[in-house]
Design a protein around this ligand. Structure first.
Ligand SMILES: [Zn+2]
Length: 238
């Protein structure tokens, strides 16, 4: 196995453990990475992301064919498959069920940039409204369509999906999105439910925050190092 393949497998397993250790997902959720230059991707078998194992990944293509690996794929692998099909520049996809993001969708509040780490979502986070698991190519296409050219989509009453040029950045974007939504929910509560009282960033402020602290900047350094190190030390469910 080539070193780069080993490294990518390691990153995929680690990214899955990160979304579980940071409470974006518990028993359900998954992170994948495109095998560079192909229409195939690595994704764990059907179990908690907290139990992902780099030696036990499946290789699936954008048409949903399992090309290698043993075991059953996650039932919502279509999210990954069809985003990779629609977005050739995307090499990492995260699907998780974080509570604050789900809360925002169910009170009808769009995501707003309210702190530095939210800057990456300056162009807005669209919503995929349909309830239910994404278990077909058609539904995967629908999610990819809702995502559009963006980096994240909220899935009403369900969770989120993030997409980025690499799996580390996609993972950090997912953590940042939940942090941002959690803050927004707290601010709404503190403001007595009056969304107008929240001093959301202007576009200019959000762009500055994105350029200084966004996943595109921090994935290569301290953010990934931190999340990966914590995930390696925290117990499952910790
Ligand atoms: Zn899901």
């Amino acid at each position: 196995m080539a070193d780069t393949e080993k490294e990518l497998r390691h990153d995929v397993a680690l990214a899955n453990r990160i979304i579980e250790r940071f409470k974006l997902s518990t028993g359900f959720g998954h992170v994948s990475a495109r095998i560079p230059g192909t229409n195939t991707f690595y994704i764990p078998t059907r179990r908690s992301p907290g139990l992902a194992d780099e030696n036990d990944l499946l290789v699936i293509d954008t048409d949903g064919n399992v090309l290698s690996g043993t075991g059953t794929p996650n039932s919502e692998f279509w999210i990954h498959a069809r985003i990779y099909a629609a977005r050739p520049e995307v090499n990492g996809v995260v699907h998780a069920h974080p509570l604050a993001c789900v809360s925002l969708t169910q009170i009808g509040e769009p995501h707003r940039v309210v702190h530095h780490m939210g800057g990456v979502f300056v162009d807005g986070v669209p919503e995929y409204e349909r309830i239910g698991l994404i278990r077909s190519s058609k539904l995967g296409d629908d999610v990819a369509k809702s995502l559009g050219k963006g980096v994240a989509v909220m899935m009403r009453g369900h969770g989120i999906t993030t997409a980025f040029t690499n799996v580390r950045a996609a993972t950090i974007a997912a953590v940042f999105l939940e942090e941002s939504a959690d803050l927004q929910v707290r601010m709404l509560a503190a403001a007595g439910g009056n969304a107008a009282k929240i001093r959301a960033f202007t576009r200019e402020e959000a762009e500055l925050a994105r350029d200084q602290t966004g996943p595109g900047v921090t994935a290569a350094g301290r953010a990934w190092e931190y999340y990966a190190t914590v995930a390696a030390h925290k117990p499952l469910g910790g």
